[in-house]
Design a protein. Structure first.
Length: 100
């Protein structure tokens, strides 16, 4: 920002929890699953773990969407969804938190 500019909104990335430890399912972990009432695999961030019940915010775009499309991907997270015990999901590896 320049000296005469004022921040008027919070960046989306500042609202996300810190990155989870590798291989540990906890809030901030990323998983891949088929959300309820959707037919394709989506990437989602775990927001709560309560026993075997997971609360996840899924990205609005499916992983099945071709990356060659010229449309900009919608990486924003949707509303929280609860995944019941026994729902299939895959824990994604943690990515580095470095800048650049």
């Amino acid at each position: 920002l320049n000296a005469d500019q004022v921040a008027t909104s919070t960046a989306q990335r500042s609202l996300l929890p810190p990155a989870a430890q590798p291989g540990v399912l906890q809030p901030g972990s990323w998983i891949r699953a088929v959300p309820p009432r959707r037919g394709s695999v989506h990437r989602g961030m775990v927001t709560a773990v309560n026993g075997e019940l997971l609360t996840v915010c899924f990205q609005n775009t499916s992983e099945d969407v071709e990356s060659d499309s010229e449309e900009e991907e919608d990486d924003e997270l949707g509303d929280p969804v609860s995944l019941p015990a026994g729902h299939a999901w895959e824990l994604l590896p943690a990515t580095g938190g470095g800048l650049g």
